[in-house]
Design a protein around this ligand. Structure first.
Ligand SMILES: *Cc1c(COP(=O)(O)O)cnc(C)c1O
Length: 363
């Protein structure tokens, strides 16, 4: 294997050599009268102060607060349009078309493979174990020199399974100098307190090839605002910044994000998450008792993967009542499963009501 010291040595040489675009905002250097970016001197309407100006490429107040939240340095954090942007940037920086590859463990989030294919990178698969757990040794056995990024979704979407920190850190250690380990923690806020599937964000930097993706789209209730974060060694963040568009975080989105992650916002988030964790246990037990349900997979996320005796009938019954769930039957080992996002308690009651009736009138 081609072992190297800096995680950036694994990136495409042309990206390492790239001279980044220098935007007007970056060159402003704190001047008071800004006549360098061809902006309008007037805001477009009331309550839009500052929106006539190009935004800070990485809004400083938001960056500092997120760094505090995740326990990393601001230089180890990149804010973008959802974690989807982080996935795409990694792909473009580390995978040369027709040469490099990524590794995934199906059944898992589909965006990794889609992004890889758009980039022309190969997708190597190392399936999860029968019980849905990550098979670190099987994964390591399949890593080829072409693999530059290994994606682990923790907790996993669409199964909901948590991934122990020990497994993630062992994998990162074994991949050192060969590939980056990208841990997608989109659902980590929903992990049972005291469980062993907690965030590895505290290891960013100390483990140079570890990248963690976080998002405001799930527990923080901000899916419509499109803010996600990539946490990594400062050298990786600096490299990826060269690839981002000049102003990746719109000003209204930065303002909304800052409100959501304030101390009061954080308390509200914890309360919402506590309700969801409670609902997860309640719904799992109730669903497991229904005749139409074969199995409810254990979940550390804000959804349940439910295997049905007749998933089609369950899907139809739910749809007939106006309830839309995710059909995940296309995923390996989930051929009879639907993914149900946990809603508010009354919404979850409606799901139970429909599925109870579904038993009485089998399709
Ligand atoms: C929802 C989700 C995300 C979040 O994506 P955003 O672009 O931040 O909204 C990331 N990863 C997984 C696995 C998800 O399910």
């Amino acid at each position: 294997m081609n072992r190297t010291d800096s995680p950036v040595d694994l990136a495409r040489p042309e990206i390492r050599a790239l001279q980044a675009y220098s935007s007007a905002r970056m060159e402003a250097r704190g001047g008071a009268l800004l006549l360098n970016a061809n902006e309008s001197p007037w805001p477009p309407f009331d309550n839009a102060a500052g929106w006539n100006r190009y935004p800070d490429p990485q809004p400083a107040a938001l960056l500092d607060r997120l760094a505090e939240l995740y326990g990393v340095d601001a230089t180890q954090l990149l804010i973008g349009r959802g974690s989807d942007e982080g996935i795409d940037l990694l792909m473009r920086a580390f995978c040369a078309a027709g040469r490099d590859a990524i590794m995934v463990s199906p059944p898992t989030f589909g965006m990794y493979a889609v992004c890889a294919r758009v980039q022309g990178a190969d997708v190597v698969e190392a399936p999860l174990r029968e019980d849905g757990s990550l098979d670190v040794d099987a994964l390591l056995a399949r890593v080829t020199p072409a693999v530059k990024l290994v994606f682990v979704c923790a907790p996993n979407n669409p199964s909901g399974a948590g991934v122990p920190r020990t497994a993630i850190l062992r994998l990162a250690g074994a991949l050192a100098g060969r590939a980056l380990l990208v841990v997608d923690e989109a659902y980590v806020e929903f992990v049972e307190p005291g469980g062993d599937g907690g965030s590895v964000a505290d290891c960013v930097g100390a483990v140079p090839n570890l990248v963690v993706l976080r998002t405001l789209s799930k527990a923080w209730a901000l899916a419509g605002v499109r803010v996600g974060m990539l946490l990594a060694d400062a050298r990786v963040v600096a490299l990826l910044r060269k690839l981002t568009p000049p102003y990746p975080v719109p000003a209204p989105c930065a303002e909304a994000a800052l409100r959501a992650v304030s101390r009061a916002g954080e308390r509200a988030m914890r309360e919402r998450v506590a309700v969801t964790i409670h609902e997860r246990a309640r719904l799992r037990a109730a669903l497991a008792g229904l005749a139409c349900v074969r199995e409810v997979l254990p979940s550390q996320a804000n959804f349940l993967a439910v295997r049905f005796h007749d998933a089609e009938a369950a899907l139809d019954a739910l749809l007939a009542s106006g309830i839309v769930v995710r059909d995940v039957r296309r995923y390996p080992s989930l051929g009879d499963a639907l993914r149900l996002t946990l809603g508010a308690p009354a919404e979850n009651d409606r799901v139970l009501q429909v599925l109870r009736a579904c038993v009485e009138q089998p399709a």
